[in-house]
Design a protein around this ligand. Structure first.
Ligand SMILES: Cc1cc2nc3c(=O)[nH]c(=O)nc-3n(C[C@H](O)[C@H](O)[C@H](O)COP(=O)(O)OP(=O)(O)OC[C@H]3O[C@@H](n4cnc5c(N)ncnc54)[C@H](O)[C@@H]3O)c2cc1C
Length: 405
């Protein structure tokens, strides 16, 4: 009987287990995950779970019974400390476990600040359910929350915290929020949205350190000003968890290098999710993505190929973010565009901003416009009439050529 070992206990690991069984694998599946909980989805952590709107058990992607019924061994709360590709073993301390095929789905770790006062109590990072449990406890007593980093996670937290009645400051080093991930138009839209709700946004403002009293943060230091804060959440990006792969001698460069089949430089080792650097044949370049659709699709691809079923991963990247009552859905990379077309009304908070390159759709940001987003997926890569695209009296679907629709 062959053995499939999965390192990690997140979105990709959970999907890989399901896919291995769906593809008909009847042998041994062992998942080793550092967190003491069943595989779960992280998106609600900065949204409904932080707001206290859903209980912890709703985070799990599948109930415990799912794994029992499928005879899956879960070793939760345990850390893989090494991989030996020659012996085909993984180790947990001094214990060695053999594998026929291995999947690395170790995700990523928040980038940490290492500056004056950064070890004071009240300074948080947000990656795990445990992190959010600690944040929620602190939020009950906090008055002034300072968020370091104006990316999607920081802004989702801002929307929950200001709605809960906290004074919220957001520090962003760049000259606009969301600078790394979207266009000035979308940054302006979200800036106006948040300031309208009472969030104080400080752009071009780095965090130089923290001041505290009795071991707990009281102020955030930024240049010539100090911001009062009895609680801080740092959201300044992530680092892919590649250490195990690196030490095992696998190719690593800004993520574990995999091919379209999610295979690493070792033919018996696969990788999926945030920890990978993978080729995207549609965009014609390598990517490292931090998104649920990517983790799930790569896990499905890896599982099939681990069983010898040839499958390639080729998808247009997409992502979403919920802030207040607005759902933003994003497809592709707006940085690839040379023009943009607005459809709908930003004032009414319902619109889709299409991005074109040489007249072809290469990206979209859709706010409270799920139907437009669905059609945008079909329009991706196709030439469109910009005037018709912006005209809300024209049915968007009519712009999709019949052979694609
Ligand atoms: C707060 C938050 C909100 C998000 N919101 C969205 C969103 O709205 N939409 C979206 O598309 N994406 C969102 N994301 C991103 C998305 O959650 C990630 O892209 C996704 O979780 C990646 O899945 P993964 O399985 O690769 O990694 P993870 O889900 O991070 O799982 C990796 C697991 O591996 C474990 N691990 C690491 N090293 C070891 C080891 N040596 N031994 C054993 N276990 C180990 C880790 O503890 C972790 O449990 C969000 C992320 C966060 C943190």
């Amino acid at each position: 009987m062959s053995t499939m070992v999965i390192i990690g206990g997140g979105q990709a690991a959970g999907q890989a287990i399901a896919s291995l069984r769906q593809e008909g694998f009847e042998g041994r599946i062992l998942m080793i995950g550092e967190e003491p909980v069943l595989p779960y989805g992280r998106p609600p952590l900065s949204k409904q779970y932080l707001a206290g709107a859903i209980p912890p058990e709703k985070l799990s992607v599948r109930p415990e019974k799912f794994y029992e019924d499928r005879n899956v061994e879960l070793r939760l709360g345990e850390t893989v400390t090494g991989i030996d590709p020659t012996q085909q073993t993984v180790s947990i301390g001094s214990e060695a476990i053999g594998y026929d095929k291995l999947l690395i789905a170790t995700g990523s770790t928040p980038r940490r600040l290492n500056i004056e006062g950064s070890d004071l109590a009240g300074i948080h990072y947000l990656r795990t359910q445990g992190d959010v449990d600690a944040i929620r406890k602190d939020m009950n007593d906090a008055k002034n929350l300072c968020i370091v980093g104006g990316g999607y996670i920081g802004l989702e937290v801002a929307s929950v915290a200001v709605t809960a009645g906290l004074n919220v400051d957001v520090l962003e080093m760049e000259n606009r929020i969301l600078q790394r991930v979207t266009t000035p138009f979308m940054s302006d839209f979200y800036h106006t949205l948040h300031t309208g709700r009472g969030v104080n946004i400080h752009t071009s403002t780095g965090c130089a350190g923290f001041r505290g009293s009795a071991g707990r943060v009281t102020h955030v230091l930024c240049g010539d000003k100090e911001i009062e804060a009895d609680m801080v959440i740092v959201g300044i990006g992530i680092i892919p968890n590649t250490q195990l792969a690196d030490e095992a001698g696998l190719d690593v460069d800004n993520g574990i290098i995999v091919d379209e089949q999610c295979r690493t430089s070792d033919p018996n080792i696969y990788a999926a999710g945030d920890c990978t650097n993978h080729p995207n044949p549609i965009l014609g370049r390598r990517l490292r993505l931090e998104s649920v659709p990517n983790a799930m699709d790569q896990a499905r691809t890896a599982a099939a190929n681990m069983l010898g079923i040839e499958k390639s991963y080729a998808a247009v990247p997409w992502f979403w973010s919920d802030q207040y009552d607005l759902k933003l859905q994003m497809l592709g990379f707006s940085g690839d565009a040379d023009a943009s077309v607005l459809r709908g009304d930003p004032e009414a908070r319902q619109f889709a901003q299409f991005y074109l390159s040489a007249g072809k759709v290469v990206a979209v940001d859709a706010v409270n416009s799920p139907k437009e987003f669905m059609v945008a997926k079909q329009l991706f890569g196709l030439g469109v009439d910009a005037e018709a695209l912006s005209d809300t009296t024209v049915d968007l679907k009519s712009l999709v050529p019949e052979r694609v629709a």
